[in-house]
Design a protein around this ligand. Structure first.
Ligand SMILES: CC(=O)N[C@H](C=O)[C@@H](O)[C@H](O)[C@H](O)COP(=O)(O)O
Length: 236
């Protein structure tokens, strides 16, 4: 599938992120259980998956070789905040599994090797011309750097999770989607992060997203429960 065919296929549809990342100790965070999540999501009609680590991506790909996969490999380095597919090392490993899309941190921060995403993106593009590069960004400045570096997809994933975006609401960053769309009318935008309801999904599309990724609201019972409990406690 060419990138254009891929984009036509996924436009207007939903990916499910099978990670179960709410907190350490999440009982769903085993490869077998995340595969079950992927199976349920696929039966529900999602167009593709987002998954973390070569092990889990491979497991899902073995069952669904033709279903688009947004592959990531999170690496946490002490003293550095860039963790979503932070360098070419992780890209190389997940590229060989056959991901259609690879997402990497697209924020304007240096990784543990001292490299910015805008330096990594062109190298990934040259090495893997058939894989779509998804830049997980947090601000419109990040979007600009990633776009100019050649990212194929801009995603709102990191909004609310970086120092300069920490003060965000409980829902998806709709304003950021609008800002990206008005600055780049033709870029493929994926809305990701804190999409909890069908209304959120629709709002993301109305703001200019091409496609969405939903994680916790589908695949993280611990996180979903926490939200209910927090709400009830706050309104006692
Ligand atoms: C910030 C960060 O590390 N986000 C991660 C990206 O892979 C995941 O933890 C999220 O679950 C994913 O983005 C989907 O978002 P939500 O679970 O809110 O639907």
């Amino acid at each position: 599938m060419s990138k254009k065919e891929l984009f036509d296929y996924i436009r207007g549809n939903m990916f499910v992120s099978c990670q179960g990342t709410c907190a350490k100790g999440n009982p769903f965070y085993t490869p077998e259980r995340l595969l079950l999540m992927a199976k349920a999501a696929y039966r529900g009609g999602c167009i593709g998956f987002r998954a973390n680590t070569p092990e889990i991506i491979s497991l899902i790909k073995r069952v669904y070789p033709d279903v688009p996969m947004i592959g990531i490999w999170k690496q946490y380095t002490f003293g550095n905040d860039v963790y979503i597919t932070p360098s070419m090392r992780e890209v190389d490993r997940i590229a060989e599994i056959g991901c259609e899309i690879i997402a990497l941190d697209g924020t304007h921060r240096k990784n543990a090797d001292g490299e910015y995403a805008w330096e990594i993106i062109p190298k990934v593009k040259a090495k893997y011309p058939n894989i779509a590069i998804m830049a997980d960004i947090g601000t419109i400045e990040d979007a600009k750097y990633s776009y100019e570096a050649g990212a194929d997809i801009i995603a709102t994933t990191m909004s609310g999770y970086t120092e300069n975006t920490a003060d965000k609401t409980d829902t998806c960053d709709f304003q950021l989607i609008k800002d990206i769309r008005s600055m780049y009318p033709d870029i493929f935008i994926i809305a990701e992060g804190r999409i909890w309801t069908r209304e959120d999904a629709q709002a993301a599309m109305d703001c200019g997203a091409d496609s969405i990724v939903v994680g916790s609201a589908v695949t993280d019972p611990q996180c979903i429960t926490q939200r209910f409990v927090k709400h009830l406690n706050a309104h006692k």
